[in-house]
Design a protein around this ligand. Structure first.
Ligand SMILES: [Zn+2]
Length: 480
C-alpha cells in the first residue's frame, strides 16, 4: 500500500519543472520505459494503446483518400541511400549501419532505414512504365532509426514508429495537391482526434526535408510554450525520380520523370498529447485517444463485491454496447486512491457507484478535465456518457486553442521579439526577409526558429531583424 501511495503522488508539479513533470507522467502513467539500448524507448501497453487509436484514426483517413498500405524492408543498401545527394548529406550524421551478418562481413554495408525514399524509389522505378501506372499512392507503417545524441521519450528517440506515405504522380500540380491534401488530413487528426490545435504552413529552405522541393509542416504549442513539429508533408518534385530513375511514358508519348511526395507522422504525437493537455495530477486524455474513456469505481462497505460490483458490471456492459471503452477498478484499494490513480492516467470520465447510488438508481460521474461531478440517472446512462465524452473532447480542443492564442504574439520590433522569447514563451509572428543567414542569426540570438509560414505572400514592410524587404510572415518559436 505504501508503495502504491507514492506511485500516485510522485509527480513533479508542471509549473515547477515542465520537463521533470513530463518524464514523471510518462513513467508513472506507465506509457513508456527506458530500455537497455540507449535512446530507445519501450512503449508500454497503456502508451501503445494510445498509439493504436491514433493509428486507426490516421489509417482510416489515409485509406479514405485513396491510399493503400504496403511494407518495404528495414535495410537499405548503402549505395541506394547515397544516390540523392542532398538526402544522403541530410541523413548521414544519423545513420546506423549493419556491417556483419551471418558471421561474415557484408560486401556492401546496409543502412537501417532512417526513412524509406531510397528503397521505395528503387521499387517504383521498376513498377512505373506508363502514365497509366500513375498515381502510386502507398503508405507504410514502420519503425525507423535515426541515431540521436540527445533523446526524450516519444519526442525524440533513436528508433521510433511512424507512417510514411510515398506517392508518385504524372504532374507537378498533382504532387503539390497531394502534399497539401495530406497536410489537411494531419490537421484533421490532430484537431479532431488529439484535440491539439496546429498551425499549418511551409518550412523554410533550411528546415525542409533533405532532398525535397518543399516541405510543409503542422506545428503545435505545448504546455510550456515550446512548439512541437507534429507532422510533415513533402513535395519531392522530381529530385528522387531523377536519382532513382523513375520514368514513365507520358500521354504525349514523351518520356518523363514522375513527381513525388512523402509524408509522415510519428509516435511523437503521443508526447504532444501529454504536453498539450496534462496537468499537475498527470495525464488528461481526449476521449478519442483514451485507452479507457470511462473507469467505474465501485464504492462500498466490506461486501461491495456482492452488493455493488454486479451493478457496476451491468453498467460496463451497457457502455461497451454503446461503443465506450470502459474498465472497472476491482482492486482492493481505497476509492480515494483509485480516484487519483485514474486521474493520473487521464481517464476522461469516472463513474462512482455505491449502495446509495443503486438505491437512487443513479451514479456519480466525474470529469477529468474540469473535475466537475454530477449525478446521472442509470436510465439512459450510456447516451449521457457518450454526450459527455463529446463535450470533454470539444472542450479540450477549445482550451488548447485558447492557450495557443494567448501565447501567440505579433512582434513589431526585434527588441520586442527578443523580449517575448525571453519572457512569455509561445509563437511570435513576424515579417521575415527569406534569407537563411538572417534566420540563423535569429536562432543564435534568441534560440527561436521559424516553425513555418502559413502563407508565402509578402506582408509588406521589412524583416523583423535585418530590415530587408519582408517576403513572408513567419511563425517563430523555441521548439522541441
Ligand atoms: Zn532578415
Amino acid at each position: 500500500m505504501a508503495k502504491t501511495e507514492t506511485f500516485v503522488t510522485e509527480i513533479t508539479p508542471r509549473s515547477q519543472d515542465f520537463s521533470r513533470w513530463y518524464l514523471d507522467v510518462v513513467r508513472r502513467a506507465e506509457l513508456a520505459d527506458y530500455s537497455p539500448v540507449k535512446g530507445c524507448l519501450v512503449i508500454r501497453p497503456y502508451g501503445y494503446a494510445m498509439w493504436e487509436l491514433l493509428q486507426q484514426a490516421l489509417d482510416s483517413r489515409i485509406k479514405a483518400t485513396g491510399h493503400v498500405n504496403a511494407y518495404f524492408p528495414l535495410f537499405i543498401p548503402n549505395s541506394l541511400l547515397t544516390k540523392e545527394a542532398e538526402h544522403v548529406e541530410g541523413f548521414a550524421p544519423q545513420v546506423a549501419y549493419v556491417t556483419h551478418g551471418g558471421g561474415e562481413e557484408l560486401e556492401e554495408k546496409l543502412v537501417v532505414r532512417p526513412t524509406s525514399e531510397a528503397i521505395i524509389g528503387t521499387m517504383y522505378a521498376n513498377w512505373v512504365q506508363s502514365w497509366r501506372d500513375l498515381p502510386i499512392l502507398i503508405n507504410q507503417w514502420a519503425n525507423v532509426v535515426r541515431w540521436e545524441k540527445k533523446t526524450y521519450p516519444f519526442l525524440r528517440t533513436t528508433e521510433f514508429l511512424w507512417q510514411e506515405g510515398h506517392t508518385a504522380h504524372e504532374t507537378e500540380g498533382e504532387a503539390e495537391e497531394e502534399t497539401l491534401k495530406i497536410l489537411d488530413l494531419y490537421v484533421d487528426v490532430c484537431e479532431n482526434v488529439l484535440a491539439m490545435p496546429v498551425v499549418k504552413g511551409r518550412k523554410t529552405e533550411s528546415e525542409k526535408f533533405a532532398g525535397a522541393l518543399r516541405t510543409y509542416s503542422i506545428e503545435a504549442l505545448m504546455g510550456d510554450g515550446r512548439a512541437l513539429q507534429a507532422g510533415t508533408s513533402h513535395n519531392l518534385g522530381q529530385n528522387f525520380a531523377k536519382a532513382f530513375d523513375i520514368k514513365f511514358q507520358a500521354r504525349d508519348k514523351s518520356v518523363q520523370y514522375v513527381w513525388g511526395t512523402s509524408w509522415g507522422v510519428t509516435t511523437r504525437l503521443v508526447g504532444g498529447v501529454i504536453m498539450v493537455h496534462g496537468d499537475d495530477s498527470g495525464l488528461v486524455l481526449p476521449p478519442k485517444i483514451a485507452p479507457y474513456q470511462v473507469v467505474i469505481v465501485p464504492i462500498g462497505r466490506e461486501n461491495w463485491r456482492e452488493t455493488v460490483l454486479p451493478k457496476a458490471k451491468e453498467i460496463a456492459d451497457q457502455l461497451r454496447a454503446a461503443g465506450v471503452r470502459v474498465t472497472i477498478d476491482e482492486r482492493d484499494e481505497r476509492p480515494g486512491w483509485k480516484f487519483s490513480e485514474w486521474e493520473m492516467r487521464g481517464v476522461p470520465l469516472r463513474v462512482e457507484i455505491g449502495p446509495k447510488d443503486i438505491e437512487k438508481s443513479a451514479v456519480l460521474v466525474a470529469r477529468r478535465d474540469t473535475r466537475e461531478k454530477q449525478s446521472v440517472a442509470m436510465d439512459g446512462l450510456a447516451s449521457r456518457i457518450t454526450a459527455l465524452l463529446d463535450e470533454v473532447q470539444a472542450s479540450l480542443l477549445q482550451r488548447a486553442r485558447q492557450f495557443r492564442d494567448e501565447h501567440t504574439h505579433r512582434a513589431s520590433s526585434y527588441d520586442e521579439f527578443k523580449q517575448i522569447m525571453e519572457g512569455r514563451p509561445g509563437f511570435v509572428i513576424a515579417p521575415w526577409c527569406g534569407q537563411a543567414a538572417c534566420e540563423a542569426q535569429i536562432k543564435a540570438e534568441t534560440q527561436a526558429t521559424i516553425r513555418n509560414m502559413p502563407t508565402i505572400v509578402s506582408p509588406g514592410g521589412t524583416c523583423i531583424r535585418c530590415n530587408a524587404p519582408a517576403t513572408a510572415e513567419a511563425w517563430f518559436a523555441k521548439a522541441y
